[in-house]
Structure formats: C-alpha cells, structure tokens
Design a protein around this ligand. Structure first.
Ligand code: C5P
Length: 234
C-alpha cells in the first residue's frame, strides 16, 4: 500500500513548513500546501518542498472560467505538484479544461499528470446555506451530483468529508481516488472538525488518501505523531 498520509502544512511561514517537511518527509506520503502558505511564501515554497523529494498536493481550489483554470493548472503542473484542487461547481467545461491542461502540460515535460481533485460542497456549508444560494438539494445529494459531474468530466479524484466516502463509493467508479480531511485519532481534540473518522475507519470505508493537519503539525513531536498514525493503519 502507498503511504496514504498527506500532512497539511497549514503554517504561515516557509521556514516552519520546511522544518516540518524535513522531519516528516521520510514517514509520510505527501505534503499539502494551501492558500495561507502559498499566499505568504509563493511558488518557491512548492519548489523547496519538492526539493526534499516529497510529493506535493497544491490545494488552491481553483474556481474560474475554463481558460483561466486551465492556465492555473498548467502553472501548477510545471511546478511538478502531484495533486491539485479545483471546484466542481465551476462546471463541466471548466473541469474538462483542467484535466486536459494537466495531461498536456505534464506530457510536454515528460511527467505523469498530477491528480486533479474536485471539491464538491465545502464542509462548512449546510443545506440552509445551499438554499440561500438557490440550490434546493440537500448537501448529501448535491455532493453526489457534483461528484458524478466531476467524474463524467474526466476527473480522476475528489476531496470529500469522511462521512461522504461510503455514499460516494456506491456511485463512483472504483478507480476514482478519494482524498479526505477530517481525520482524528481520538487522542487529540477535534478542533473545529465536527464530523471525523479515525485513519483506519476512513481507509476501511474507501478513502485512498488522508489529509491530516493539526494532529501532526501541532503535536509536541510531529514525527512521533505521524509514526503513531501509521502504526494505527497497520
Ligand atoms: O488540522 P486539520 O487536520 O483539521 O486539517 C485539515 C486540512 O484539510 C486543512 O488544511 C483544511 O483546510 C483541509 N480541509 C478540511 N475540510 C475540508 C476540506 C479541506 O479540513 N472539507
């Protein structure tokens, strides 16, 4: 089995991120760089983390017209990231353009295409928030609808909450990669995550990758915390 643990480097400074990456690279599968770190440290932080040999998940959740998203995906692909995110609510054409851009740009540099992951409904949204935006479906149905749209548009993976995995596994082709945050071992506090699964539970119901932030980077010994999580997975 691949190492499924992706550590979210949700820290504002490049130096802190690099220290964490140096400690953790030997024991985790990848690092997630999100909007906070990318906005403060720029593309150079992606190059430096890639320089440690670790895989990078660039989580900037692109959401724009197809042409703009395609160009952003091309830029991310040239940075040699292994995964990146786009919003599925950007529509079929936008998702197709993103996937095509990832494949074409990667082929030009002789690399494998990064996994373009679709984000469905943000977990901070509930059915009421959807209603305010004119969407009458409940969250669960809207997630399933957007997930099907994404895979029909050619995306090979999705980000989902742990509690959506079972329903998505029922309706999606088995090869679709599911990446899930909201992982807690039970030993730490849940922070602001309201719906969590343990690493083992998430894999058991069908997740391929686990995004774990605070339980690792905010632990007194991040490397020991990551190793403990891997033990729980064995
Ligand atoms: O610290 P924690 O383990 O909660 O970090 C989870 C990571 O996954 C954060 O980077 C957060 O932005 C991201 N995320 C999430 N819930 C989602 C989507 C992404 O927690 N629904």
């Amino acid at each position: 089995m691949q190492n499924p643990v992706i550590v979210a480097l949700d820290v504002p400074q490049a130096e802190t991120a690099l220290q964490l990456a140096a400690q953790l690279a030997p024991v985790v599968g990848a690092f997630k760089i999100g909007s906070e770190l990318f906005t403060s440290a720029g593309p150079e932080i992606v190059r430096r983390i890639r320089g440690t040999g670790a895989a990078v998940f660039l989580d900037l959740k692109f959401h724009d017209i197809p042409n703009t998203v395609a160009k952003a995906v091309a830029a991310a692909t040239r940075l040699d990231v292994q995964m990146l995110t786009i919003h599925t609510s950007g529509g079929t054409e936008m998702m197709r353009a993103a996937e095509q851009s990832a494949r074409q740009t990667a082929a030009q540099s002789g690399r494998n295409a990064p996994l373009v992951l679709g984000v469905t409904v943000l977990t901070s949204m509930d059915t009421n928030n959807l209603k305010e935006a004119g969407i009458t479906a409940d969250v669960g149905h809207q997630v399933e609808r957007l997930a099907s749209l994404a895979t029909n548009a050619g995306l090979r993976g999705l980000v989902c909450s742990p509690l959506e995995i079972t329903a998505l596994r029922r309706i999606l082709p088995a090869e679709i990669q599911l990446v899930t945050p909201g992982i807690r071992t039970g030993a730490e506090k849940a922070d602001d995550q309201k719906r969590t699964l343990t690493p083992r539970e998430a894999i058991a119901v069908g997740a391929n990758w686990l995004v774990i932030g605070r339980p690792i980077y905010a632990a007194p010994n991040p490397r020991a915390a990551a190793e403990e999580i891997l033990t729980l997975l064995q």
